[in-house]
Structure formats: C-alpha cells, structure tokens
Design a protein around this ligand. Structure first.
Ligand code: ATP
Ligand code: MG
Ligand code: FE
Length: 345
C-alpha cells in the first residue's frame, strides 16, 4: 500500500510517503530557528508553526511523489508522545484528510516510528530485534518482537534524555541551541580522559523500573559543577576536553547497555534512531562493540534519524500489512503515550 505519514510531535512539521520499503516523498519544515533564541522549544510557537506549515507540507509531499490524495491507501499520524498542542494540530489535520478522502487512519507511536523507518535503508526488521532510540526527548531501549504487534520496554531514562544532557552542557559552554552537534565537533579535538564523568546506574537496580534504565542527570550535574568551579576560580575552560569526556562517557553507557541487552535477550540486530544517533562518538562506539559481539548495528542516514514523516508512514505501512485494525476517527492524542503502545484504539 501507499501510505502518507504526518509528524508534528515537536518542532518539525513533516509529511512522508512510502510504498513498501520505498521512500516516495519526505518533506520536513522545522520551526527550530524560531526557538533558538529561547534555548529550547516553546510549545505555543511550535503549535502555531505546525498550523501554518501543515497544508503546504502535505501538498509538497504529494506533489513530489506525483500523487493525489486519492492515490493514497492509508494515512498515519503521530498521536504521541510529544507536545499536546503540537500533536493536536497534526492529528486534526490528518483526521480531516482521512475523512475527506475516505481513507483508514492510524494514530501511531512516534518513538516506534523511529524504529520502522530503518526499513527504508536496511529492509524488513528481523524478529526479536532490539532498538535504541536516542533524541532530545527520549532515551529508550525497546525489544521489538513484532513491529506491528509486540514492542516491549527494556529501558528508559529515569531523568534526562541524552540529547537534553548534551544541550544543557552545551549551553554552559556558550554554544547555541541545540548544542549536541557542537559538542560532537569539539569532542573530536579533546582528551576524553581529562574529566572523570560518572556513568550512572551501571551497577545494581536501585530506582530502576526496567532492567536497562538510564540516568543522565548525575552526568549533567557533575560536568556542570566542574565547569562552574573553574569559572569561579577564574580558570579557562578546556572546551574540547569537556566535550570529549562527556561524549565518551555517554556513548560508552548507551552502547554498553544496548549491547548487554542484545546479549541477554538474544538479539543479533540493534536498530538505532532519534536525532542523537547522529552523534559521532555514539556511532563509533556502537559499531565497534557490535563488531566484537557479532551484532548487526543498523544506523540510518541522518535525515532518517531526525523527526520526519516517512518514519510515521513506514509504521502505518507495517500496521496495514499486518492487518491491524485502523484507529477510530475519534481517537485522541496521548502526549505521554506508553512506549509499548504501537497504535491508538
Ligand atoms: P523527540 O525527542 O520527540 O524525538 P527531538 O526534536 O528532541 O524530538 P530530534 O530532532 O530527533 O529529537 O533530535 C534532537 C536532539 O539530538 C537534540 O538534543 C540535539 O542536540 C541532538 N543531536 C543532534 N545531532 C547531534 C550530534 N551530532 N551529537 C549529539 N547530539 C546531537
Ligand atoms: Mg526536533
Ligand atoms: Fe523523534
């Protein structure tokens, strides 16, 4: 089937069209520039930008695929997790399209979309794969028994997401928002052993909800305190060394836990997604450990890692192919959608 996917969970208004594992269109409009001067996404500004971008983005996607709405077999839209006001715009728009064109609609889980999208580059997701989804809002390890029917949570962050931790430290170092890519660049020039960065939750089960949970607030606090102490003493900050130490620690924790979970759960494929998976240190660590442990690491190209519409379309396509019931037209958004819920009923 040909599926149109619509995304509006945060600051990207996006529409993608897929047919099987082939990408027919992928149009993304971002309101990031409007948020940069506030140092983070402002929900009201993002919602308004979605309302303005929705129609042109969908039109552009259909045009670039050379299709009419009537050629589409189904519509998928991110129903959560995300910012409520933003989700409401995309979901209302998608429902209007589904009603007007009389097509089935799937209100899908955005985070699981980050897993599905890898099919465009690597083909079908094997049974019992493991997925590591890392972004500004999420750090999750998911066991994918069956992408259309059975996804289980094996780890989430108990506090900050990895991208959020990078963005906060980047701010202290004077980089503009989002700071993750700046830390990546400077980390390549520094000494990763310059600072001792705590790893957090490497031992024991205290406070954990799942066997492979993460915690990055201790990392953030330790690095922030180190920077502030030097500033108070009037000493210069070795920016490259701070970036290298932070990036090495976070990459080590993420890749280490993901590989441990692969071993314990018998997975030989690790699927990676979310904006933070663009991070060089994480990619290197995952590939090196994957090679050692004979795990195939599926690292998608950059435009498939960040929020887009084809990830939503791809999960919709998985659901339709599996014969999963579409969502009722009155399904609601769920800003805190559980990560093991694939579709709204
Ligand atoms: P969501 O969490 O809902 O998926 P998001 O907009 O926060 O949405 P993305 O757009 O997928 O997520 O990712 C943005 C995050 O990724 C930011 O925190 C940014 O700093 C981080 N990031 C992007 N590139 C890099 C990089 N090369 N190194 C480190 N972090 C990066
Ligand atoms: Mg974003
Ligand atoms: Fe995302």
């Amino acid at each position: 089937p040909i599926i149109l996917g619509i995304e509006s969970t945060c600051d990207e208004t996006a529409a993608g069209i897929v047919q099987g594992n082939t990408l027919l269109a992928n149009v993304v409009a971002s309101s990031m520039d409007m948020h940069a001067r506030y140092g983070g996404v402002i929900p009201e500004i993002a919602s308004r930008a979605h309302a303005e971008a929705f129609v042109p983005v969908v039109q552009k996607a259909l045009e670039s695929a050379n299709l009419d709405l009537s050629d589409i077999d189904g519509i998928a839209v991110s129903a959560g997790p995300g910012l409520a006001g933003c989700l409401a715009v995309g979901v209302s728009g998608a429902k209007a399209l589904a009603l007007a064109a009389n097509k089935p609609i799937y209100g899908i889980n955005h985070v699981i979309g980050h897993i599905s999208v890898t099919q465009l580059q690597f083909g079908a997701i094997p049974e019992n794969a493991l997925a590591l989804i890392v972004s500004g809002g999420h750090t999750s390890l998911l066991q994918v028994k069956d992408i259309a029917r059975d996804v289980r949570i094996v780890g989430t962050t108990l506090d900050d997401a990895a991208g959020e931790c990078f963005d906060k430290i980047a701010r202290l170092l004077g980089f503009p928002y989002p700071g993750g890519p700046h830390i990546d660049r400077h980390a390549k020039l520094g000494d990763k052993n310059a600072l001792r960065v705590p790893q957090g939750l490497t031992k024991g089960n205290a406070g954990k909800q799942h066997p492979y949970d993460f915690s990055f607030s201790g990392v953030k606090t330790a690095v922030a305190r180190w920077i502030e102490q030097r500033q108070e003493q009037g000493e210069p900050i070795p920016v490259d060394d701070v970036c290298a130490s932070l990036a090495d620690s976070v990459a080590d924790v993420l890749s280490g836990k993901a590989m441990k979970a692969c071993k314990a759960l018998g997975s030989d494929t690790l699927i990676v997604g979310g904006g933070f998976s663009a991070n060089s240190q994480l990619r290197e660590a995952l590939l090196a450990k994957g090679k050692q442990q004979h795990v195939e690491v599926r690292l998608p190209r950059r435009e498939l890692c960040t929020d887009n519409g084809s990830m939503v379309a791809m999960l919709g396509s998985n659901l339709m192919n599996a014969g999963v019931e579409p969502s009722p037209l009155d399904f609601s958004i769920d800003s805190a959608m559980a990560l093991d819920q694939i579709v709204m009923h």
